[in-house]
Design a protein around this ligand. Structure first.
Ligand SMILES: Cc1cc2nc3c(=O)[nH]c(=O)nc-3n(C[C@H](O)[C@H](O)[C@H](O)COP(=O)(O)O)c2cc1C
Ligand code: SF4
Ligand code: SF4
Length: 283
C-alpha cells in the first residue's frame, strides 16, 4: 500500500458546519502524520466547475450536509462528475440537523466508490440545523470535537494496522471495504408540515427587508447557486436550494423566508427533533 504523502479536506458547506468538521478532522490527521493539509472549498458554483483528481498517495476527507435525507440533489452531479480518485483512501463525512442523516452517508460512500476512491471511514455529525437554532444549536460543540478526535485516532490505527489486509480483501471481492448505515438508492425524505402532511416549498425563495439591507452584497457572494443578483440583491435569478447561506450571513438580518409551507416544516421540526442526537461513526 502506497505511503500517504498529503491530506486534503474537500467540502460543500453552505452554513459552515461541514467545513468546521472536515477541517478539524483533516488537521488532526495531518498533525498526527506530520503531513501537509490542504483545504478545498467545493461550495461556490465556480469551485464546482473544475475537476479534482487524487492519487493513491493522498488521504482525502469529503464532506457534505444531509438535505432531505440524502446529499443536496443539485450538488450531487458535481460530486459525481468533478471528483476522481485512483484507489485514494477516503473518509466520508456528513452532517445533519438533528432529524436524521437517513441515507446521505450511504449515498456519499457509494458515489466515492464509483469514482475510484476507497472509503475507509464514515462519520455523521449532528449539527445546528440550517433552518433553526432550536435544532442542535451550538453544535458542533466541544463534545463533538472530542468525538472527531477519537475518530481520527481510530482512522490512524486502521491506516497503520489493518488497511493493507482489508484492501487486498476488498480488491479480491471487488467490494468497498466500508459498510455504512443507509441505502444509496432510497428516495428523498419528504418534509412534513405541522399537520403531518407533505410541506411543499420547492419554489420558496428568500425575501429581503429593504429597510434593513444596506446592499453590502455578502448574500450574493455566498449563495452557492450564484442565484442572487449582484445588481439587485432582492432578485433571485436562479435556483434556490433553501441552504440559508444568505439568511445566516446577512449582517443586517435582512434576508428571510416567509413561505408558509416552509415555516410550517420548520415548526414541525422544532416540535419533534429537539432532543440531542448522537454522532455515528463507521470504520
Ligand atoms: C434544504 C435543507 C434540507 C435539510 N434536510 C435535512 C434532513 O433531511 N435531515 C437533517 O437532519 N437535517 C437536514 N438539514 C440540516 C443540515 O443537514 C444541517 O444544517 C447541516 O449541518 C448543514 O451543513 P452546512 O452547515 O455545512 O451547510 C437540511 C438543511 C437544509 C438547508
Ligand atoms: S447581506 Fe443583507 S445587507 Fe448585505 S446585501 Fe444581502 S440582504 Fe442586504
Ligand atoms: S438564495 Fe437560496 S440558494 Fe442562494 S444562498 Fe439563499 S437560500 Fe441558499
Amino acid at each position: 500500500m502506497e505511503k500517504i504523502m498529503k491530506i486534503t479536506g474537500l467540502y460543500w458547506s453552505a452554513t459552515g458546519n461541514t467545513k468546521t468538521l472536515v477541517n478539524f478532522l483533516g488537521k488532526a490527521l495531518a498533525e498526527a502524520l506530520q503531513l501537509p493539509y490542504t483545504e478545498v472549498d467545493f461550495t461556490p458554483k465556480s469551485a464546482r466547475e473544475r475537476n479534482y483528481t487524487f492519487s493513491s498517495s493522498d488521504l482525502l476527507i469529503v464532506g457534505a450536509p444531509t438535505y432531505a435525507g440524502k446529499l443536496p440533489n443539485k450538488i450531487l452531479p458535481d460530486f459525481q462528475d468533478r471528483l476522481k480518485g485512483d484507489g485514494t483512501r477516503t473518509i466520508a463525512l456528513v452532517t445533519f440537523g438533528n432529524r436524521s442523516f437517513d441515507n446521505s452517508l450511504a449515498e456519499l460512500t457509494y458515489l466515492l466508490s464509483t469514482n475510484n476512491f476507497l472509503p475507509i471511514g464514515g462519520a455523521c455529525f449532528a449539527c445546528r440545523h440550517a433552518f433553526s437554532d432550536k435544532l442542535a444549536g451550538g453544535r458542533p460543540d466541544e463534545n463533538d470535537l472530542n468525538e472527531a478526535k477519537d475518530f481520527a485516532e481510530r482512522i490512524l490505527a486502521k491506516l497503520t494496522n489493518t488497511l493493507s489486509e482489508d484492501q487486498q480483501f476488498s480488491e479480491r471481492m471487488k467490494k468497498p471495504i466500508l459498510a455504512v448505515k443507509g441505502d444509496p438508492f432510497a428516495p428523498y425524505y419528504i418534509p412534513k408540515g405541522k399537520d403531518g402532511n407533505p410541506a411543499r416549498f420547492l419554489k420558496a425563495k428568500p425575501k429581503t427587508n429593504e429597510d434593513l439591507c444596506d446592499n453590502c452584497g455578502i448574500c450574493a457572494t455566498v449563495c452557492p447557486m450564484a442565484s442572487i443578483s449582484t445588481e439587485n440583491v432582492s432578485e433571485i435569478n436562479g435556483i434556490c436550494i433553501k441552504c440559508q447561506a444568505c439568511v445566516r450571513s446577512c449582517p443586517k438580518g435582512a434576508k428571510y423566508f416567509d413561505d408558509q409551507a416552509f415555516l410550517s416544516h420548520v415548526a414541525m421540526l422544532e416540535e419533534n427533533y429537539c432532543d440531542r442526537k448522537e454522532n455515528e461513526f463507521f470504520l
